[in-house]
Design a protein around this ligand. Structure first.
Ligand SMILES: Cc1cc2nc3c(=O)[nH]c(=O)nc-3n(C[C@H](O)[C@H](O)[C@H](O)COP(=O)(O)OP(=O)(O)OC[C@H]3O[C@@H](n4cnc5c(N)ncnc54)[C@H](O)[C@@H]3O)c2cc1C
Length: 416
């Protein structure tokens, strides 16, 4: 069924009894051309573009829980392309462009809201670094504006401009950045892929790989063995576990990232704001809650829950930049598992095992990448070559030393 004002009117007149399920909950077949492991945003987007761009429809997405039960349904929904490095910037800008047309492409309201992303700076040195990043963005044709203190004050007068330790001097603004509705993104990609014939199989955990020599020829699952000519892994925080099943040691550590939402309040923040002197960022949801987050937990974990020291750390950072936040009550918090790579940048590449492909290392920035990640992974799976915007995301860069260290912090996943 195509969603439109007319279908809405038709359903309204018939008591909304005619809406069908948005996608087929399929049972697995014995074999496929391509299996994508992981029914998060990246896995589902990959399936959508495999079917739409490459005409491959003998495709299955295998998800151990329900689609969107991982980070796709747990993130703080920020989308942006304000990257410095030449290896990253074109990819994230490609993603932002796909976001800009996504609702039309999927015929689904993913609530893309280009409300702007503002990174605050608090020192002369940081202003210079942000000016450099803004210039790099503009040289790649990406929008960027350096705001001074008064321009930021006009937009967000309630911030603590004269904080004794971290006075606000200004900010780098990307107006085309913003937010999108995370679960709608999952459902929209699932619906579009399913419509083209892709099997979306929930409650189907991959527990091992089928092989002929070194070649991967399928997967073992909790619902039986399934053969496939190609298998793509897109399991975010569980990447190293899947890697271990295949006998691969990957340059990835898993850490928990937490997010928080406050009670609903009247409109206060009309953009996304990030604190430049600590790790804290905040936006306001359409329901009125302040949605915010900060650092990952310091130790490795596969548990989808956070810990109290990080709650304290995030709230402290929030109070340092935006003391009004102390007046609202926190409603909920939750955690997701991040696949932190050693240079903070992702991997979209073949693995050393023929037939096995890898989409991973998204750290805490993979939501914004969802459309481009799916597009480029589908390109790799279908054509066996990297998409032009994802050529830098090679797995062997960790061996050759061609790192994409956007923050310049070295092999410290807990700092990226
Ligand atoms: C709190 C939080 C805030 C974030 N905020 C942002 C943000 O504002 N902006 C941004 O760009 N990014 C953000 N991120 C990061 C972003 O959510 C992730 O990088 C991105 O969602 C990862 O890709 P995915 O959607 O495919 O992952 P997931 O949704 O995690 O998908 C992976 C799926 O694989 C499944 N799986 C795992 N193992 C198996 C198996 N053995 N068999 C079958 N299935 C399996 C999982 O159940 C899961 O559903 C945030 C993440 C968190 C947790």
């Amino acid at each position: 069924m195509r969603y439109s004002i007319f279908s809405l009117m038709r359903q309204a007149l018939s008591g909304h009894r005619g809406w069908g399920p948005a996608w087929r909950d399929a049972t697995p077949k014995p074999s496929y051309d391509v299996i994508v492991v992981g029914g998060g945003g990246h896995g589902l987007a990959t399936a959508h573009y495999l079917a739409k761009v490459h005409g491959l429809t003998k495709v299955a997405v295998l998800e151990k829980g329900w689609i969107g039960s991982g980070n796709a349904g747990r993130n703080t929904t920020i989308i942006r392309s304000n990257y410095l490095l030449a290896g990253n910037n074109p990819f994230y800008e490609f993603s932002l462009k796909l976001w800009e047309g996504l609702e039309q492409d999927l015929n689904y309201n993913t609530m893309v809201s280009q409300r702007g992303v503002l990174n605050l700076y608090h020192s002369d040195a940081q202003r210079d670094a942000y000016a450099r990043r803004g210039n790099a963005m503009r040289m790649h044709g990406v929008d960027a504006e350096l705001l001074d203190r008064e321009a930021v004050r006009a937009k967000l007068p309630f911030l603590d401009f004269d904080n004794g330790r971290f006075p606000i001097q200004g900010g780098l603004l990307q107006r085309r950045g913003g937010t999108a509705r995370h679960d709608a993104v999952v459902w929209g990609f699932a619906r579009a892929a399913s419509e083209r014939g892709v099997d979306i199989v929930q409650n189907c955990e991959v527990t091992g790989f089928l092989r002929e020599g070194r070649r991967i020829t399928g997967v073992q699952t909790t619902r039986g063995d399934i053969q496939a000519a190609k298998v793509g892994i897109a399991v975010a925080g569980n990447t190293s576990r899947l890697g271990q099943m295949a006998g691969l040691r990957l340059p990835i550590e898993s850490h928990v990232l937490q997010a928080f939402v406050s009670e609903a309040i009247k409109p206060l923040i009309d953009c996304v704001v990030t604190f430049g002197a600590g790790h804290f960022y905040v936006s306001q949801s359409d329901k009125g809650g302040l949605v915010f987050g900060g650092d990952i937990d310091g130790y490795n974990s596969y548990a989808q829950r956070g810990n109290l020291p990080t709650v304290e750390d995030v709230c402290e950072s929030g109070m340092a930049v935006m003391p009004v936040i102390g007046r609202v009550r926190m409603l909920r918090s939750w955690g997701g598992i991040m696949d932190m790579s050693m240079d903070g940048s992702p991997i979209i590449d073949h693995t050393p095992l023929p037939g096995l492909y890898l989409n991973a290392g998204w750290c805490y920035g993979g939501f914004k990448a969802t459309p481009a990640s799916g597009y480029c992974f589908a390109h790799l799976l279908a054509r066996d070559e990297s998409h032009e915007t994802a050529r830098a995301y090679r797995l062997d860069r960790f061996a050759t030393g061609h790192l994409l260290d956007e923050k310049g912090q070295g092999a410290q996943p807990n700092l990226h």
